[in-house]
Design a protein around this ligand. Structure first.
Ligand code: ARG
Length: 375
């Protein structure tokens, strides 16, 4: 496979998760707060799930440790000749009140991936699915304006904002006993209803013409319909995907991670719904299971709401080079065996903010154009 260097591409240009990276936004923990309890989210302490989850700003120490690791990633990327941009400061401790809801504080700008996505030369701001993240596009607006002003080819779309009123959610979801959860899993009903358009950007994965969208706690079927109607006239094909063994699905990048044309890193505990692997197998793609993470679920940071599978949340710098968390040796070995050059950084403290290397970034420009990998 050849990777054409694009002559004179738009300043916003990224069609997949792996082409050679030129410009990227790395998140920041500045002024981060604990995610509040709300109908779309029930954060719990890992060690003592019964105790109340803290609210308001995170400690200076916590924020400092995460920022140190984020800065380490910035330094690594810059040493590779990649342009790195950062979010604008934002007061996450400010409450939000709209005609439909009120929430005590906001969250953070550690995970731009959740909010922003580049579809070729278009930037899309997701609807988001949680109240505390309603205004999370704001720290990126200055950058969006800069790109939009710099190049008339840049398109900018903000998806319709859902009400996030009580009626949008199915709050009982959090109290369903395991049995009921099992039953409802098969109909893919989670904490959000189906009446409003809802999606987080991180539920998508880009493979040239083909875009995967995971149905989850943070993306509903109306959200997928909106994406289909928006993207298909622009030449994309949108594929809803499902991982029926994930009881609390949110964001696809710890579950199904394309690494280069022909290769996806998969989660051995979260297989695709039967039939959805067909497009890959029919085009000779290989699905390779990630090894068990080094740290178990009970060894993740106390306030972390994500699973141990943050281990597989790698960031591709090119089809032959990936960045992996420093301690995930088994995964590094697998990637080396698959012919990748593997770079590593410590990133454990960032886990508390819900993401690892892919989540904490938003790629704005990569080499390459839109290819059809599934003809
Ligand atoms: N829900 C995923 C898990 O626990 C974490 C996804 C993180 N991804 C992100 N873009 N924030 O496995």
């Amino acid at each position: 496979m050849r990777y054409p260097a694009v002559v004179n591409s738009s300043v916003v240009n990224s069609w997949n998760e792996w082409d050679p990276l030129q410009e990227i936004v790395v998140g920041s923990a500045d002024r981060a707060c604990f995610e509040p309890t709300e109908p779309g989210s029930r954060p719990a302490l890992r060690d003592t799930p019964g105790l109340p989850f803290p609210t308001g700003p995170k400690s200076e120490e916590d924020i400092g440790q995460a920022n140190e690791e984020l800065d380490g990633l910035v330094a690594l990327l810059e040493s590779q000749g990649i342009v790195v941009r950062r979010p604008q400061p934002h007061d996450f401790s400010a409450p939000v009140r709209t005609p439909d809801f009120e929430v005590g504080n906001q969250y953070c700008a550690v995970c731009p991936r959740d909010v922003m996505i580049t579809m070729g030369n278009e930037i899309i701001e997701a609807t988001m699915s949680r109240r505390a993240r309603y205004f999370e596009y704001q720290p990126y607006r200055k950058l969006v304006y800069e790109y939009w002003n710099a190049d008339p080819r840049v398109e900018w779309t903000t998806a319709p904002k859902p009400s996030m009123g009580d009626g949008m959610y199915r709050e009982e979801f959090w109290d369903w006993p395991l049995e009921k959860r099992h039953e409802r899993m098969h109909s893919f009903e989670f904490c959000v209803g189906q009446d409003e358009v809802i999606f987080d950007a991180a539920d998508m994965s880009r493979l040239g013409r083909d875009i995967l969208v995971q149905e989850s706690m943070t993306t509903n079927r109306a959200g997928i319909r909106w994406l289909k109607r928006h993207l298909e006239p622009r030449g994309f094909r949108v594929h809803p995907v499902h991982f029926p063994l994930d009881f609390f699905p949110s964001h696809i990048d710890c579950t199904f991670v394309p690494l280069r044309p022909g290769l996806v890193l998969t989660n051995p505990e979260r297989p695709l719904r039967e039939g959805e692997e067909k497009m890959f197998l029919a085009n000779d793609w290989e699905l390779v299971d990630a090894p068990q993470p080094v740290l178990g679920n009970d060894e993740m940071p106390r306030y972390c709401q994500s699973s141990k599978w943050l281990s597989m949340n790698v960031l591709s710098l090119s089809p032959t080079k990936v960045v992996c968390e420093e301690r995930e040796k088994p995964l590094q070995d697998l990637l080396a065996k698959l012919d990748f050059e593997v770079l590593t950084v410590p990133f454990r403290h960032v886990f508390e903010y819900g993401g690892s290397l892919h989540c904490a970034t938003w790629d704005v420009r990569r080499e390459g154009t839109r290819e059809d990998y599934f003809p």
